[in-house]
Write a protein that binds this ligand. Sequence first.
Ligand SMILES: Cc1cc2nc3c(=O)[nH]c(=O)nc-3n(C[C@H](O)[C@H](O)[C@H](O)COP(=O)(O)OP(=O)(O)OC[C@H]3O[C@@H](n4cnc5c(N)ncnc54)[C@H](O)[C@@H]3O)c2cc1C
Length: 409
Amino acid sequence: MVEQFDAIVVGAGPGGATTSTLLARQGKKVLVLDQSDWPRDKICGDGISGKSMDAIKALGLEDRLRANESLGSWGVTFSGPYGDEVSIPFGKQIAGKIAPGFVCAREVFDQVLFDASVESGADVRIRTTVTNLLREDGKVVGVRYKTPEKEVREARAPIVIGADGAYSVVARELGMDQLDEKHYVAAVRAYFEGVSGFSEGNFIELHFVDEVIPGYFWIFPMDNGKANVGVGMLSSEIKKRDVRLKPLLDEMIKLPKFAERFKDARQISPTKGWGLPVGSKPRTMSGDGWMLIGDAASLIDPFTGEGIGNAMVTGMLAAQWIDKAEEANDYSAAFFAAYEDEVLNLLRNEFRLSHMLQKLGRWKWLLNTVIAKASRSTELADAISCMFDDLSERKKLLTPGFYWRVLTA
Ligand SMILES: Cc1cc2nc3c(=O)[nH]c(=O)nc-3n(C[C@H](O)[C@H](O)[C@H](O)COP(=O)(O)OP(=O)(O)OC[C@H]3O[C@@H](n4cnc5c(N)ncnc54)[C@H](O)[C@@H]3O)c2cc1C
């Protein structure tokens, strides 16, 4: 027997859980299939920025998230390749009592969204792997999947949403899995206990160390004295320089700049790697009977590495467009092209700017100049902090006059 649904969501991460929660709240019959056993970890920096928090608020889940184990963060510290350092509070909310950003283990954060999806009435099935798309007359009409008991089954719906992350099977099935190393970052992460020297406001730290540029080494403080520590780099650079990321992370914590802070620290998880498909080259996001959201659509910020917010924002937009498609009884590529337009209109400028900053990061002297200047220029410091916080302020960073002012200040 083939089951029939109004929508099938592949993946229950932040993107898939957002879409399925909203679709189920609209009263639709939604199937969610996720291959992992939940609660599940996702290799990540665990940084929850203002954009992700706005999406959490829009879903009405803020109190629930704050009740969980997480650490409020009030700003970001950058250090440059020649040792300059600047600590910048996150934008305007600094005067408030509630931290604008968080560091929260994905095992905890994603579970809040997963539970919301289940509670909204979506049919969520875990340890269930989608293997293929079903097609008729060139249209996607459903999925083939494997149950936890390894039985092969099929489910049908007028729309399939690929929310299955960086190694998306849905994107692969649609012929879009070619990895472009200039638009792909690889990163490794490990959890530590006992790292010292964090700032009072639990600032997250991005260190543009010589060996890692144009990527960065990060140290994010967490609840209970833990820290999320990792290193990420553009895949084309990794290949060109034949870099091994796991040994590179070991090397980073032994550098004189950090060794003292890790002197009494203990690694409490293995070092694990994962890919970041970045938004300097997003994938085609929709077609006849299908949509892609989040990492499956290659929507991670090329400079900050933040992708949770974009997964949730595209998850929300997908739910809105599916509602409109149901009303119009039109699930065609032509109809969903407007979804892709809306996503690109929203994110295009952010991606352009972040891609530009990622490229600027190759020039050590310029990176260092910007970091050194930021410690003296409030305008530049505000502009950098808005990368993680107030997105409307980012536009300023795209105007040449802004750089002229700060670099000649
Ligand atoms: C090292 C690293 C550090 C990062 N740091 C940050 C950070 O600090 N802040 C931030 O905002 N972003 C960060 N990101 C990016 C962030 O992790 C992703 O952008 C985010 O997880 C995307 O959410 P998603 O819902 O699209 O996909 P995912 O979170 O990857 O969820 C996809 C889901 O699909 C399921 N799935 C996959 N294949 C199948 C299949 N065939 N069948 C069924 N289910 C399937 C998986 O089990 C998974 O649950 C980081 C990424 C990496 C790799």
